[in-house]
Design a protein around this ligand. Structure first.
Ligand SMILES: [Zn+2]
Length: 199
């Protein structure tokens, strides 16, 4: 009995070791795409086809209608071809751009910020504020339906990642130290966004 238990444990131990090795190889591959110290957000619902409800906006910021539309799902290779290396690493692998390095942290023009991956409307310039962080910061999304929040434990401290509802792009994080009226700070990566100037 004791021997057979040992035997079984030995086998499951080897299986676990093999699985761990396979994960380590996959992890090393992902790691090579990333900066040290940053881990991907939980990929659970990412790239899974389905329908989502989003609010559509015209380029001059008018709210058009709420619609159920198919999610935008593409392969790694397709995203890599479409996006710059920085935008690919950030939106598809939850990387973070270096603060004060992006093109929008200091932009004050009136306009709309769309998703760099799928054109979903995400933020408007009238909710943008000076956070001093070097990342474009907003106190609200353009419509709550258009972004999805997700718990992110990748740095060992709980944070809330913000993703595009339509294509699952990683956009940044939201913190509870923003200005009125919401008290929220949507801390975004410039590389995840595409600015459309109004007027
Ligand atoms: Zn998107």
């Amino acid at each position: 009995m004791f021997d057979s238990d040992l035997d079984r444990d030995g086998k499951s131990g080897r299986r676990a070791f093999l699985l761990t090795s396979a994960s380590a190889v996959a992890g090393a591959f992902l790691w090579s795409l990333r900066k040290p110290g940053v881990l991907a957000a939980a990929p659970a619902a990412h790239g899974v086809p389905g329908e989502v409800a989003i609010v559509e906006f015209s380029d001059d910021g008018k709210r058009l209608k709420k619609e159920r539309v198919p999610k935008v799902v593409k392969s790694e290779a397709e995203w890599q071809q479409q996006l710059s290396p920085a935008a690919f690493a950030i939106t598809r692998h939850a990387d973070t751009e270096i603060s004060f390095s992006g093109q929008y942290w200091n932009l004050h023009d009136k306009g709309l910020y769309r998703c760099i991956c799928c054109d979903n409307a995400l933020f408007k310039s009238d909710t943008k504020f000076e956070s001093g962080t070097g990342w474009p910061s907003f106190w609200a999304p353009i419509a709550r339906e258009n972004v999805r929040e997700e718990r992110d434990l990748s740095l060992g401290v709980p944070r809330t990642a913000v993703n595009c509802t339509l294509c699952d792009a990683h956009l940044g994080h939201v913190f509870e130290d923003g200005p009125p009226p919401t008290g929220l700070r949507y801390c975004m990566n410039s590389a995840s966004l595409k600015f459309v100037k109004m007027g």
